[in-house]
Design a protein around this ligand. Structure first.
Ligand code: FEO
Length: 176
């Protein structure tokens, strides 16, 4: 039986994942407005990934007979001006999410809730990939330097990213 403490903490995580989706949608809007349509597509794919992270928790709560809480999502602020600054902000945000997932894992371990532990370990692995994606792109931007043609090529490269998650968010747990 899942505890109220775990349910509340997963609901908080659902809200944080949805905020992440909202943040990347805002970044996608800015990138598109600045003419980086390909990078905007990459960022919108990230939006879908975050929605999937939220819905995977949502489906898990339902599978445990618990109620997902649909809470208010804060409006994101995109202060970053350049493409590099946007990916630096992405990396910082992912580090924050990683810390949040670690906190949830520690709670599951403290409560000896092994089903939740199993679920959260999927997110632990996912966070390694999420941070690595941002690091890889920042490194590419550093290699490009002031070369506008390089940024043009990166824009074309990142346009190819498509979601690897099921877009049917209602797929039963475990969907992936
Ligand atoms: Fe759901 Fe990007 O962490």
């Amino acid at each position: 039986m899942i505890s109220k403490k775990i349910v509340d903490r997963i609901n908080l995580q659902i809200n944080r994942e949805m905020y992440s989706a909202y943040l990347y949608m805002a970044m996608s809007a800015k990138l598109g407005d600045d003419g980086y349509k390909g990078i905007a597509t990459w960022m919108m794919t990230q939006y879908h990934e975050e929605m999937f992270h939220a819905m995977k928790f949502f489906a898990y709560l339902q599978s445990q007979g618990a109620m997902p809480k649909i809470d208010k999502i804060d409006a994101p602020t995109v202060k970053a001006k350049t493409v590099k600054e946007i990916f630096e902000a992405t990396l910082e945000h992912e580090k924050y999410v990683t810390a949040s997932i670690r906190e949830l894992l520690e709670l599951a371990l403290a409560e000896k809730d092994y089903a939740t532990e199993n679920l959260v370990r999927w997110y632990v692995n996912e966070q390694v990939e999420e941070e690595q994606n941002a690091v890889d792109i920042i490194q590419k931007i550093d290699l490009i330097g002031e070369n506008k043609q390089g940024l043009f090529m990166l824009n074309a490269e990142l346009a190819a990213r498509t979601p690897t998650i099921p877009l049917d968010y209602t797929a039963p747990f475990p969907a992936v």
